[in-house]
Ligand binder design. Structure first.
Ligand SMILES: NC(=O)c1ccc[n+]([C@@H]2O[C@H](COP(=O)([O-])OP(=O)(O)OC[C@H]3O[C@@H](n4cnc5c(N)ncnc54)[C@H](OP(=O)(O)O)[C@@H]3O)[C@@H](O)[C@H]2O)c1
Length: 287
């Protein structure tokens, strides 16, 4: 039997519709328009597309968005100056620095400089710490989007063995932290796997829930998936012929899994919806 397809595109649209209503209500009560300032350094085409998609989504939801474009030779000091300026600007509620940054700029130096109240990506150590302790100010966008997809599928996470593939600060680690919390769509027993993990295929086969975030096209094969498992595919990989695929061999795995997210149309749209949600939260917290 083929897996349930978890439709991230339609779930994200539903969330954005609700968010638009929430933004309008907030604006009518306070007179404030939530405002996301995006910073794009250099001319990486993929980053430019990501930022444009986030800006379009803001506009549709009634959130103001401004873009600060800097050349690829920008120095760390120049970027820090811009971040400080946005930190001080009372009209700005959320600051998004699109990653990756050029090699001469230390990402941690920039992300640590964003004032925590405006850190809508939830990258600042203060916000990560609050999230780990189970009292989040903001939820990390991609992992919390995955959580909502899991909830949408009806999969019971409590007591389930979740195997997270990848230990990045953006996806793998915060995903594990959300799933291990006490609470809804959590209470899982979590294993984090990475490039040094031994017997990876055997480990993944034990999982009731798989979250794949490694950036390797079709890495998770049908043989690695326990029948009925819930599979969340975070990966975005462009093949030589231009097609976009995830970290999971979707066509084969959907014949084994209980539920699966497609790429595109799975996690990606949810990440944007959660960013918008965090921007509204920021506007509320700062007003
Ligand atoms: N859909 C979305 O909204 C969204 C958002 C963010 C990222 N992404 C996508 O998700 C993927 C991961 O992103 P990321 O930022 O987390 O990537 P990353 O920072 O490159 O981290 C990749 C992780 O995968 C691990 N890994 C690499 N090869 C492996 C292997 N053969 N076996 C086991 N683990 C392996 C790495 O292990 P080590 O730590 O040992 O090196 C690392 O922890 C990318 O395709 C990215 O484009 C999508």
């Amino acid at each position: 039997m083929s897996a349930q397809i978890i439709d991230g595109k339609s779930l994200a649209e539903k969330l954005r519709g609700q968010l638009k209503a929430d933004v309008a209500e907030f604006q009518s009560q306070t007179g404030i328009v939530p405002h996301l300032a995006a910073v794009l350094v250099g001319d990486d085409p993929a980053s430019a597309v990501y930022v444009r998609n986030k800006q379009r989504a803001c506009e549709k939801a009634g959130i103001r968005s401004t873009l600060h474009r800097l050349p690829s030779e920008t120095t760390e000091t120049e970027l820090l100056d811009l971040v400080q300026q946005l930190n001080r600007d009372d009209s700005v509620h959320g600051i998004l620095v699109q990653l990756p940054l050029p090699p001469q700029i230390r990402e941690t130096a920039i992300l640590d400089a964003v004032v925590p109240m405006k850190d809508v990506d939830c990258f600042h150590p203060e916000n990560v710490g609050l999230m780990v302790q189970g009292r989040p100010r903001y939820l990390p966008c991609t992992p919390s989007g995955c959580q909502l997809l899991i909830q949408e599928s009806g999969f019971e996470t409590a007591g389930a063995h979740a195997v997270i593939l990848g230990r990045s600060e953006i996806v793998g680690k915060p995903m594990a932290m959300l799933l291990v919390q006490k609470g809804a769509v959590a209470n899982a027993t979590v294993t984090i796997a990475h490039s040094r993990t031994k017997n990876l295929a055997e480990l993944v086969r034990q999982a009731d829930l798989i979250v794949a975030a490694i950036g390797k096209p079709k890495f998770v094969t049908a043989e690695m998936v326990k029948p009925g498992a819930c599979v969340i595919d975070v990966g975005i990989n462009r093949l030589d012929d231009g097609t976009l695929v995830g970290d999971v061999d979707y066509e084969a795995v959907k014949e084994v899994a209980g539920a699966i997210t497609p790429v595109p149309g799975g996690v990606g749209p949810m990440t944007i919806a959660m960013l918008l949600q965090n921007t509204l939260t920021a506007a509320r917290l700062l007003s």
